[in-house]
Design a protein around this ligand. Structure first.
Ligand code: SAH
Length: 275
């Protein structure tokens, strides 16, 4: 094997064999949880070819610099409190741009198929017969936990992990979830969008039989330089989160895997000045 000798040759090698972005198609791409190093090669390959990038609130705008110089970028975020920046409009815009013959990149935080409405957008594209590709990304519930030094599974502690969302389309605690069943059946629970209703959610889990002294943590801005982690117990996490005035985006983890952070917090350790 010959190693590339120039950075140009290196780049060519890096992207060799990755797909061409066909004009008139849409790629739904996950950008990962925040740290640019967690983007996939497919994501970067998409960015360097796209004509238009429609991106979400969770995307770091600095990362759009990977795109072509004449790229058009459109913000389609949903910022807390405000109702969704009309999902229908976003979907129609994707279809419209594709029909104009553009290479349309829909860039989303984490993974597009995990609580990201990627499924809805893909279905609409399928119905409109617009060709599309899905590029998975590292979801916050996995990448964020790693950066917090909390293994999502640990052999002695759990044999399963549950991802759930703390609010449904109406903005309330999801009523379609059987909270008693979650409390009984989910050894480790990783919650997205759970900050707003944290006290009622933790109460539902306690009512379902979970121990108040069980480990719990909240990870804000996971994988970014502003990452903040608060460790508490199921009984105290809601109150402590409020007192610390933590802000979303945040993940909440319930389960005794949280205690491993004490020994596995590599991220804080790396940020400390070396002796
Ligand atoms: N598709 C995304 C999730 C979108 S829903 C994914 O796979 O990660 C938005 C929620 O994801 C936020 O409210 C928060 O709960 C979580 N989230 C996304 N990025 C995060 C981050 N960097 N730190 C903490 N939570 C994050």
């Amino acid at each position: 094997m010959t190693q590339p000798t120039s950075s140009q040759a290196y780049q060519e090698l890096l992207f060799a064999g990755l797909p061409d972005f066909e004009p008139g198609s849409v790629w739904l791409v996950g950008a990962g949880p925040g740290d640019r190093g967690l983007m996939t090669l497919h994501a970067v390959n998409a960015m360097r070819q796209a004509d238009v990038i429609i991106y979400d609130a969770l995307i770091d705008e600095a990362d759009l610099a990977f795109a072509k110089p004449d790229v058009v970028t459109e913000y389609a975020g949903k910022r807390g409190g405000r109702p969704s920046s009309n999902q229908q409009d976003i979907t129609l815009r994707l279809i419209e741009l594709a029909r104009e013959g553009k290479r349309v990149l829909r860039l989303k935080g984490g993974d597009p198929f995990i609580f990201g409405r990627g499924g809805e957008e893909a279905l609409a594209l399928s119905e409109a017969k617009v060709p599309f590709r899905i590029v998975p990304g590292i979801t916050a519930g996995i990448g964020g936990l790693s950066y917090a030094g909390i293994p999502a599974t640990y052999r002695e502690i759990n044999q399963s992990v549950t991802f759930l969302t703390g609010h449904d389309r109406t903005g309330s605690v999801p009523s379609a979830l059987d909270w008693d069943a979650v409390a009984k059946g989910s050894q480790v629970i990783v919650m997205y969008m759970a900050m707003k209703h944290l006290s009622s959610i933790t109460q539902k889990l306690l009512d379902g039989g979970r121990r108040p002294e069980e480990g719990a943590a909240i990870v804000c801005n996971a994988t970014t330089t502003n990452q903040q982690v608060l460790v508490a117990t199921l009984g105290t996490i809601a109150e402590k989160t409020k007192a610390a005035n933590l802000q979303p985006p945040a993940l909440v983890v319930i389960g005794d895997v949280v205690h491993l952070r004490e020994r596995l917090d590599w991220y804080t350790a790396m940020a400390l000045p070396q002796e």
